[in-house]
Design a protein around this ligand. Sequence first.
Ligand code: NAD
Length: 495
Amino acid sequence: MRNDDPALFPAAGGRHDGLPLYRHFIANEWVSSSAAPLTVVAPATATPFAFLASGGATEIDRAVAAARAALDGDWGRLTATERGRLMLRFSALVLEQLERLAWIEAHDTGKPISQARADMRAVARYFEFYGGAADKVHGDVIPYLNGYNVSVVREPLGVTAHITPWNYPAQMFGRTIAPALAMGNAAVLKPAEEACVICLEFARLAVEAGFPPGALNIVTGLGEQAGAALSRHAGINFVSFTGSPEVGRLVQEAAALHHVPVVLELGGKSPQVVFADADLQAAATTVCKAITQNAGQTCSAGSRVVVERAIFEPFMAMVAQRFSELRIGRPEDDADLGPVINQVQQQRILAFIANARKDGVPVLAQARPAADLAQGYFVPPTVFGPVDITNPVACQEIFGPVLAAQVFDTEDEAIAIANGTEFGLVAGVWTRDGARQQRLAKRIVSGQVFINCYGAGGGVELPFGGTKRSGHGREKGLMALEEMSTTKTVVNFHG
Ligand code: NAD
């Protein structure tokens, strides 16, 4: 794959040091910054392949003003049906250009090409799902006093701000932008500086689909500059933030300055609880996949497995077998997993592994990247166990392919361990006992619980979000449309 192929990077607004330069996208125009551009590095080879404009308060001001003008202009005048049609057209364009877009995403994030293709299909699905829903969100009529007609109408929030992470740049775009546009908001996106060029490619497709200027705006740049300026901006009406709990707190504090509502999708330390009566082969396959997909850089990664003592050894041997067979490679190798995003994350994950070893936690399996991958940001997928709940690998989010196995004797103990971290995003339960399935689904504190499966099918339709330190508010499914809109109660006295 060539880094400088203009056919591959058509949205780039120009060249810088011989590589594509991506500019901000404001009111359907490509906008430059005076600040030096940021270098975008391909994680599989640790080589620069593009540059990103580095925005701050000035560009955020301009983007928020463009969004406000769109609400008062052509975008605000569209009917819900017309908005939906634009979204369906966008969805079709993503599918038409899937292969090119998937290669860009794979290059930018390092993920295997098949996973990048699946991400593009997910983006198309987000726009199909929410585009189809745009004109099916109804208000309400409330029976009230004689002589009164009361209706509750659903309205856009206004200018919505979106701050997204680098692990799934494309999917995050679909997840947060599609419901916002469906409800008639005008969006300003600040994607992650580590990987986001796909968002600018999507911006070009939005123009091609016919979105009027200002409906979608993208300002790239550093979190503490562009992200901070967006979250504290007086002109926004809502913030959707996906990222780390620490930055989530900063964003919520900034939004509180203007009493702006916030949806926070933060990290996780998601457990899969495996009972002795489960289909152990199926569970072992899913447990391995749930922590190695996207090299473990998934907020809902199944980073813990909580196993009944009677089957701990044979079950973990099955998991270990699957880890030993993992293929690690560059995007074009289409392996099971690729590198992690950058050197900082690589060193952070390696430190977790080294410290757990130092603490004497047994290593049950470890797959090694081949020597010819040494240049990229690869890490060895590793299984530790049994791990005490207080050890960092069992209670902190690593955001890498590291699985902590924990052991339980009773159902109550399994639930206590599953609930025993500060997070509560997703959980899995593996048992054939129907009553136990119901008990665990009720008692596990988590935004989603999967029974005899995990993260099934991507789940555009399924409400998603956290409890505890994993955040609050819901995205995905029809609930996202409620989060990204508000109601107005109209009381009409007609005598
Ligand atoms: P991060 O919090 O460092 O960055 C996320 C975004 O916030 C980026 O766009 C960044 O530029 C921006 N940002 C940084 N500082 C900011 C500031 N002061 N003000 C405003 N914005 C700022 O997270 P990350 O390292 O990109 O992503 C990894 C984390 O995201 C993990 O903790 C992971 O679990 C979480 N995550 C959660 C979900 C979810 O849906 N729950 C999904 C993906 C990732």
